[in-house]
Design a protein around this ligand. Structure first.
Ligand SMILES: Cc1ncc(COP(=O)(O)O)c(C=O)c1O
Length: 446
């Protein structure tokens, strides 16, 4: 066992993972369900591919290897894996059944809870995934304004409206759809105004993630609010990732700017599959119109609603968000200190905000360095830290976890320094290097 690697084991194997990937490749396109979980996102042969158990900040892979989780299942885990309050609430609901011929009272109760904690929420509809509610938001905005164009930036899911103008990801989408989606630059209000100038009286909505790796600057969110009001467009915050993470009321509470509609999913139920579109009555009532159709058999199963209620209650009673900010700040800050100490400035950095940041690697030209990233990932996985790039701290991460992660990262960076000095990064890889991330491919530069 090495100095900073309490979870590392000399006889570590990922044979079960490799076998599962091989079987999956035959029966599952991409071998996985989620872009960021594809085998190509990891160092194949070294990284785990399938996880069988999670508890608090820890995960166990199909071979029984233990890891400290750093990416919270891409965001859904807010309180920690298998959080007792959420697990108990779901178990009790399962004893009563979970899908019925009519709604469950929890549909009303959780919608009411939303209106208490989310600033824009006067009415709420539930769904299953982030995609469902971002796409519903666009449809509501178009129906409300009787306009066609969506001005947007950020990742909002796979549906046509969001992917139609991503050149490398638009297969299967008629060209004409792309004419109605226009991209702007985050923190560049002029690029948003330009879309309104190009499509007079035809922009239905501004749909944006309220915060990315960069914070809003120079009153960007306030300016979006004013612009939408002035132009009669609907302002939508996609809070799929930021909701319940920046604050109980999401980034809209944290930054004090209230959109017309907000999309929620990850973090909402600590991993259970449920999402919500919440918004001002005037816009949400479009969904009740006779000429508007939105319906979903599984929207808000009682188990996921029970999980949502329990997760919100924990956040109301405990300092969840303060903890997440403290953990994230500590990890980011200390990582960047180690980078400076080892003279790796410019080649890697922790970048973003405490509730979500990425550890990135760059080559000498400043481009993303997938080989360095792969070597770092390989060494981190071998030492029991599940580095995947993105870092999403949870309420379950302890000070001891932070120390262990940093100690492992220190060792991984030392390996990288040595590999840079000897010009043998590629030679040290024990599997195929990782490919570009989904967010790099969708132009988000993560
Ligand atoms: C900001 C944002 N919006 C929408 C989505 C799509 O959500 P889902 O994958 O649950 O459909 C994601 C997923 O990563 C997201 O991060």
């Amino acid at each position: 066992m090495s100095r900073g690697s309490p979870l590392a084991s000399s006889d570590r194997s990922t044979a079960q993972s490799q076998e599962l990937v091989e079987r999956a490749s035959k029966v599952i396109p991409n071998a996985t369900q989620t872009g960021s979980k594809r085998p190509t996102q990891f160092v194949q042969g070294v990284s785990p591919s399938h996880i069988v158990r999670g508890d608090g900040s820890r995960l166990w892979d199909a071979d029984g290897n233990e890891y400290i989780d750093c990416n919270a299942a891409l965001g859904p885990i807010l309180l920690g894996h298998n959080h007792p309050a959420v697990t108990d609430a779901v178990k009790s609901q399962l004893d009563e059944g979970t899908m019925f011929t009519m709604e469950h009272p929890l549909h009303v109760e959780v919608a009411e809870l939303f209106t208490e904690v989310v600033p824009c929420a006067e009415m709420v509809r539930f769904a299953k995934s982030g995609n469902d509610v971002t796409t519903l938001a666009a449809k509501v905005a178009r129906a409300y304004t009787e306009r066609d164009v969506i001005a947007t930036q950020g990742y909002h899911g796979w549906p046509d409206v969001w992917m139609s103008n991503k050149p490398s990801l638009d297969a299967g989408i008629p060209d004409v759809i792309g004419e109605y989606t226009e991209e702007f630059e985050y923190n560049d209000i002029e690029s948003v105004e330009q879309i309104f100038a190009d499509h007079p009286d035809n922009v239905a909505a501004i749909v944006t993630t309220p915060v990315n790796l960069e914070e809003p600057e120079d009153g960007f969110l306030e300016e979006l609010r004013e612009l939408a009001d002035r132009e009669g467009a609907v302002l939508v915050f996609d809070e799929v990732l930021t909701g319940f993470r920046f604050a109980l009321g999401g980034a809209q509470e944290y930054y004090g700017v209230t959109p017309d509609l907000g999309c929620f999913a990850k973090g909402m139920a600590n991993g259970f599959p449920i999402s919500a579109l919440a918004g001002k009555r005037e816009y949400m009532e479009v969904i009740s119109r006779g000429d508007f159709f939105y319906s979903m058999t599984y929207a808000g199963d009682a188990a996921s609603l029970a999980a949502t209620k329990a997760a919100i209650t924990v956040q109301q009673e405990e300092d969840v968000h303060e903890h997440i900010f403290r953990v994230g700040e500590s990890l980011m800050h200390s990582y960047n200190e180690i980078v400076a100490e080892l003279g790796l400035g410019g080649r890697t950095r922790a970048h973003g905000l405490p509730p979500r940041f990425v550890i990135q690697f760059f080559d000498e030209d400043g481009d993303h360095d997938q080989l360095a990233r792969s070597l770092f990932m390989q060494e981190a996985h071998k030492r029991g830290v599940l580095y995947t790039g993105g870092h999403i701290p949870t309420y379950s991460h302890t000070d001891e976890d932070i120390d262990q992660i940093l100690s492992v990262y220190h060792e991984c960076l030392e390996v990288l320094v040595d590999a840079f000095e000897n010009d043998n990064v590629a030679d040290r890889l024990e599997g195929d290097p990782v490919g570009a991330t989904l967010r790099q491919r969708t132009g988000e530069n993560d």
